[in-house]
Design a protein around this ligand. Structure first.
Ligand SMILES: NC(=O)c1ccc[n+]([C@@H]2O[C@H](COP(=O)([O-])OP(=O)(O)OC[C@H]3O[C@@H](n4cnc5c(N)ncnc54)[C@H](O)[C@@H]3O)[C@@H](O)[C@H]2O)c1
Length: 352
């Protein structure tokens, strides 16, 4: 393997740009090509990152023998076709979250990976945050004891992205706030605790703010401005309860928009300690020598999670480590998301 992993970035929107900036900080990677359907955006980004090769068709990019691996940074409906085409062409793939639109497409991606014998890393960047890593270490060292409950809260007061665009069109996104942002926290909850066995879910999703597009009042919009001629047929709020066999439970609340203050955390309760990820300081609530104790965790607050993610991917391609998040884990998250939507549609608890 050459000194540097030669990367092609497919999709030069918001997150493709973040991937490009991050690879530039990874010594053993080099961006050699970029691809986007939008020629103007593609040329602007190629110039910004000093990339010589550009493609408007991903099928051409994946044939390029000078590319070892690709970052797939396109809307969710294109994750499966592009990841599969890249794997079939012999490229390693870093695939943005959510894995795809549903679990059956996720299985197709895994089949393609196994047939190709190439690597697939899921873009679960929250795992690479310094506080997440510190908490996982605590849990792995038994400092929380037996974990029995996880509380996930991810509330935006007004945070619908790209109203009327692909984010809010179910056929293109697979769903709303749940599939877009809760996926990060559900993955983080399962990864940090090792609870990869969700067994039952009862949930309800709502769509209260986005449907009346012209009366949606907001301050900022990711992937805006709104397209009032477009579609909004997805969830903007979801709440639910997940069982991990008889061992533990997880309650979640996630909102792209609602009439509540902004909150964003995962709280993990064990019989020896409890901890909350997502605060300014991460504090272990426990007991020491028969007394209650609050212990502030020490970690590197300057760590850039995206650079961490790209570094792990480049290292894995060079055989210097494992991928940071596996396709199997991505598929478990997809199955959980499918079950949450089904529970809401069918108004009952679903077994996974
Ligand atoms: N990890 C994170 O924190 C994070 C944050 C934001 C978005 N995402 C994920 O990244 C993906 C992209 O999101 P975004 O916010 O960058 O969207 P975006 O709309 O800003 O960018 C998507 C880009 O893909 C291009 N594109 C669409 N179809 C294409 C095709 N067939 N071939 C080549 N290019 C194509 C579009 O022209 C656009 O430039 C989504 O899956 C989203 O869920 C992840």
């Amino acid at each position: 393997m050459a000194d540097k992993v030669r990367i092609g970035i497919i999709g030069c929107g918001t997150i493709g740009t973040v991937h490009a900036k991050s690879y530039q900080k990874v010594a053993n990677s080099e961006i050699v090509a970029m691809c986007d359907l939008l020629e103007d955006r593609l040329q602007e980004k190629a110039k910004e990152f000093g990339v010589a090769k550009t493609y408007t068709d991903y099928r051409e990019l994946v044939k390029d023998p000078e590319i070892d691996a690709v970052s797939v940074c396109v809307p969710n409906d294109m994750h499966a076709p592009i990841a599969i085409a890249a794997l079939e062409a012999g490229k390693h793939v870093l695939l943005e979250k959510p894995m795809t639109l549903n679990a059956s497409l996720g299985e197709e991606i895994l089949k393609a990976r196994d047939k190709a014998g190439k690597l697939l890393q899921m873009g679960m960047v929250k795992r690479q945050a310094a506080d997440s890593i510190a908490v996982k270490e605590l849990i792995d060292n038994g400092r929380l004891g037996e974990i029995y409950q996880i509380r996930v809260k991810l509330i935006r007061r007004r945070g619908i992205p790209g109203l009327g665009g692909w984010f809010t069109t179910k056929a293109r996104s697979g769903g709303g706030g749940l599939i877009d942002i809760a996926v990060h926290f559900l993955d983080l909850a399962m990864w940090s605790t090792g609870l990869w066995n969700p067994t039952k879910v009862s949930a309800k999703v709502y769509s209260k703010f986005g449907r009346d597009m012209k009366n949606y009042h907001y301050i900022n919009m990711w992937a805006g401005p709104p397209n009032y001629e477009g579609t909004f047929d997805v969830d903007d709020y979801a709440a639910g309860f997940v069982r991990f066999s008889k061992q533990a439970t997880l309650s979640f609340e996630v909102a792209w928009a609602c009439n509540a203050q902004v909150e964003s955390y995962i709280e993990i309760l064990g019989d020896k300690g409890g901890v909350k990820i997502g605060e300014k300081d991460t504090v272990l609530l426990t007991e020491l020598d028969g007394k209650l104790a609050d212990i502030k965790l020490d970690y590197d607050k300057t760590r850039d999670p995206f650079v961490g993610e790209m570094q792990k991917f480049a290292d894995a391609v060079q055989g210097k480590g494992e991928v940071a998040a596996t396709g199997e884990e991505g598929l478990i998250a997809m199955k959980l998301l499918d079950a949450i939507y089904r529970s809401s549609d069918e108004d009952r608890e679903i077994e996974l």
